[in-house]
Design a protein around this ligand. Structure first.
Ligand SMILES: [Zn+2]
Length: 93
């Protein structure tokens, strides 16, 4: 089972869409149980989905949130190897 297919299915599940044929929730969970990379990917995807949901629900609530969200999306798109360069920053809130 390829991780890319698993992640496609995980993304669909997060969006409330039907998973690709043959990829049942049980199979996804099976793969997640044995694949640390995909578990971390799902955690990031969930966080992004939650952030997107908040931003979409209250776009004018916090204009700065959109910039922060974009930055996070770029970091996520760059992959796990891109993180860790900056140190010393603490999350406020
Ligand atoms: Zn995997």
């Amino acid at each position: 089972m390829h991780c890319s297919r698993i992640r496609t299915a995980l993304s669909a599940r997060l969006d409330g869409e039907e998973p690709p044929p043959g990829l049942t929730p049980g199979r996804l969970d099976d793969h997640l149980a044995g694949c640390r990379d995909c578990r971390q990917w799902e955690v990031r995807a969930r966080a992004l989905a939650a952030g997107l949901g908040r931003a979409a629900a209250h776009p004018e609530d916090d204009p700065a949130a959109a910039d922060a969200l974009l930055a996070r999306l770029r970091a996520a798109a760059a992959g796990p190897g891109a993180s860790g360069a900056g140190t010393g920053g603490k999350r406020a809130g």
